[in-house]
Write a protein that binds this ligand. Structure first.
Ligand SMILES: NC(=O)c1ccc[n+]([C@@H]2O[C@H](COP(=O)([O-])OP(=O)(O)OC[C@H]3O[C@@H](n4cnc5c(N)ncnc54)[C@H](O)[C@@H]3O)[C@@H](O)[C@H]2O)c1
Length: 384
């Protein structure tokens, strides 16, 4: 049994996602466990070099997590032939250019979503990656959530019968920042010029969730809104929030099911989780949150009677049966990293490539267009 080194250039690891999910919960955890196991029993040990604008800051993060290498010089990092993978979790707007530079330097690519803020750039990056024959991937973390894995198991087991509707509720209150509570998301999320907006942020997730957990998306109708037009940034300065902070989107799926997903950073939560999906079929319904999933089969469906004259006697939440935790669910970002590393080193199968990433950007762009033009839009097949 041999252990192979894999040099990974990690960019954007001072940010929320880069630091918590990709560095600490994934790469550092994988290193602590002795690397990733390959099908032949060998192991791969990731050897990251952390890259950022502020070399002192990335050096401090590296030290804190037992990582030997860090730098402020991305060009030099890309020139090092011993580091064969480039990963990016910095801002959306920078991504396509960074990814393009890294592909041109001959690196394999793995990156956060969305892979770009425009479909044209996303397609160009996907085409370049394919033409150079490198391994490429995009984060599709929601597919690895225990709640959605259980939902998909129900679909594959035939639990729903004919699936006809999906309802998604995503969101929570993001503080405005001006009355004693700091905002809990970065201010660029609320600025058009900096790649913000909930439609661009979330519709790329819903593309792969709908495609792979329920059925492929055929058409979209979306209405966005800016419910909170003024917010306060990290420095305490007031700014105009000029992008959508909520979106109300309906999707037509192959096979005839209709999906409707509400996304909002201006909603107070009274439901099972920060995101929930309800799927309804002829034989049963299910509701999934991030980790848990509940079912109601046709034979267990109660018979509610509409009567506005008496307070509700039924507790509807009690009428569902929970899908048991029969397996251990690891962190979804880590599972996807492990799959990606196996794909790079041992050429194992991999679905989450930049073409999939471009499909997400396509749906976000169509959602924005649908809102602007107030109409339904078909989702055409991408020509790569
Ligand atoms: N998969 C998910 O569930 C998920 C969730 C949130 C965000 N994201 C994506 O992750 C990315 C980062 O989001 P975040 O919430 O972590 O943002 P963030 O603001 O916390 O982090 C942004 C990172 O980019 C770096 N950066 C910003 N401007 C830069 C510049 N000019 N040069 C070099 N580096 C620069 C910052 O230093 C930081 O490391 C976005 O593309 C976002 O869409 C994905």
């Amino acid at each position: 049994m041999a252990t192979h080194r894999l040099g990974i250039i990690m960019h954007g690891i001072t940010g929320r996602m880069g630091l918590n999910q990709h560095l600490v919960r994934s790469i550092v955890a994988i290193r602590r466990e002795g690397g990733v196991a390959l099908p032949n029993g060998d192991r791969v040990m990731p050897d990251p070099i952390l890259v950022g604008r502020n070399p002192e800051r990335v050096a401090a993060i590296a030290r804190e997590h037992g990582i030997e290498r860090s730098t402020g010089d991305l060009d030099a990092a890309l020139k090092n032939r011993d580091d064969t993978v480039f990963f990016d979790a910095a801002t959306t707007q920078m991504r396509a250019d960074l990814v393009t530079r890294a592909i041109e330097a001959g690196k394999h690519i793995y990156c956060e979503k969305p892979i770009s803020d425009s479909l044209a750039k996303a397609l160009a990056a996907a085409r370049l990656a394919k033409s150079r024959g490198i391994k490429h991937g995009v984060v599709q973390d929601k597919l690895f959530l225990p709640g959605l894995r259980k939902m998909r198991m129900l679909r594959d087991a035939g639990f729903f019968g004919r699936l006809f509707a999906v309802r998604g509720e995503f969101g929570y209150w993001v503080f405005e920042g001006d009355w004693g509570q700091a905002a809990q998301r970065p201010s660029w999320n609320y600025k058009k010029a900096e790649g913000g907006g909930i439609i661009l942020d979330m519709l790329c997730h819903w593309r792969y969730v709908l495609d792979h957990v329920f059925a492929p998306v055929k058409a979209v109708s979306c209405m966005g809104a800016t419910h909170i037009p003024s917010r306060v940034d990290e420095q305490g300065r007031s700014y105009a929030a000029d992008v959508d902070d909520a979106a109300y989107a309906t999707f037509e799926l192959e096979g005839g099911a209709i999906a409707h997903i509400n996304c909002s950073w201006c909603v107070r939560v009274r439901r099972d989780d920060l995101v929930t999906f309800q799927a309804d079929g002829t034989h049963g319904s299910a509701v999934a949150g991030l980790t848990r999933c509940w079912t109601q089969h046709r034979v267990n469906t109660p018979r509610p009677v509409w009567n506005p004259d008496v307070p509700q006697t039924l507790n509807f939440f009690d009428q569902w049966e929970e899908v048991p935790e029969n397996i251990t669910y690891d962190n979804g970002f880590k599972i996807q990293w492990e799959d990606y590393i196996r794909h790079v080193v041992a050429d194992t199968p991999w679905k989450h490539d930049l073409v999939e990433g471009a499909k997400g950007v396509q749906l976000a762009e169509l959602g924005l267009k649908s809102w602007a033009e107030r109409r339904w839009l078909d989702v055409p097949k991408l020509e790569i």
